[in-house]
Write a new protein. Structure first.
Length: 345
């Protein structure tokens, strides 16, 4: 009888412990679910590191309604211009990593390590997605004597070219330096406040040609005031109501490893943001890009939709490539190694 009672007690104890374990498991699952459902808990601020009306601001405000609808909370776009958006990075980095502050960043994050505008790098943030891009193109006025990208290359080889870009270290300047390094060219670089202003300089005859984003000059192209001689890509770019712009690789096949080149946009949050929040924001962002409204907006404005399966790895790769390119051509303010950017193989 004693053995029977002991066996019965053992069975009862096992059942009690199992029930406790199951209860703890259910409680843990319920807690995780509640945590996910609790985001967001307050209005979300989307920080743009440039002024109102620019390409980055326009992109953020186009996506803002989709974020607000899907997250069920107010999403406000706030502009914080300064130091080519480096101030915006530092601002977001000073706030809690809770997903309630989103940095709407640009490709300029890849030049900061070399140009020394901030010690922050891509690695201080979790990339939500890189899904849109403004492709670089070579622009001339309608009455320019330059007819093809081959003419551009020949002019660069003489060393007498005057070229307009938005700024030293920006993607349009990088495009010029890449082409020069491949064709052994040189040029006098003149900077303007934006790619659009650089293109206007070409139309006025202040420079031989400009490099900007197709999205920045698409209205000038459609109006016939400007011509695009090539895009920095390996495939033609079809502009709605205009036609195709040929790729640079049709003329210089050696440019293949460096394309596509241009400016890109994408949201990010401070490193350390909980994984379930990062995943939720990725879902919201990807859904927003797939709406017919956004696709029509992108087509009209000559914005390229790109597929980056791993945005963190993508930004790491382009940061390494760009940082060391700037260093190797002698325009970097410091070695990328100072902020932990490895040299790509």
């Amino acid at each position: 009888m004693k053995k029977f009672n002991l066996l019965l007690l053992t069975i009862l104890l096992a059942l009690v412990l199992g029930a406790c374990g199951q209860g703890e498991k259910e409680e843990s699952t319920e807690s995780a679910n509640n945590e996910e459902e609790s985001y967001p808990q307050e209005p979300i601020e989307m920080i743009v590191g440039f002024g109102e009306g620019g390409g980055t601001d326009t992109m953020a405000r186009k996506l803002q309604p989709a974020f607000q609808e899907e997250l069920g909370e107010s999403v406000v776009v706030n502009n914080m211009p300064g130091a080519s958006s480096a101030l915006a990075l530092e601002h977001v980095n000073e706030l809690p990593a809770d997903g309630h502050t989103i940095l709407f960043q640009t490709d300029l994050v890849r030049v900061f390590p070399a140009m020394g505008m901030t010690d922050l790098t891509y690695d201080d943030f979790e990339q939500i997605g890189i899904g849109t891009m403004g492709i670089a193109n070579f622009v001339v006025g309608d009455d320019s004597e330059l007819e093809t990208f081959e003419d551009v290359v020949n002019l660069l080889k003489t060393g007498d070219a005057k070229v307009a870009v938005a700024g030293i270290g920006d993607p349009w300047h990088l495009t010029l330096e890449i082409v020069n390094s491949v064709v052994d060219g040189d040029a006098e670089i003149i900077t303007y406040e934006s790619g659009s202003n650089a293109a206007m300089a070409a139309l006025k005859g202040e420079v031989d040609f400009a490099i900007s984003g197709v999205n920045e000059v698409v209205d000038l192209l459609r109006a016939g005031d400007a011509r695009s001689l090539a895009v920095m890509d390996n495939k033609a770019f079809d502009v709605k109501d205009l036609g195709e712009i040929p790729p640079v690789t049709d003329t210089i096949t050696e440019l293949e490893p460096y394309v596509p080149e241009g400016t890109w946009w994408g949201p990010a949050v401070k490193k350390g943001t909980p994984e379930h929040i990062v995943d939720r924001l990725k879902e919201v962002y990807n859904n927003a890009l797939q709406t017919e409204e956004f696709k029509e907006f992108a087509e009209k404005n000559a914005i390229v939709l790109i597929d980056t399966e791993d945005p963190q790895d993508y930004v790491k790769k382009v940061t390494e490539e760009t940082s060391w390119l700037l260093h190797d051509i002698g325009v970097a303010e410091r070695s990328p190694e100072e902020v932990g950017i490895s040299k790509p193989e």
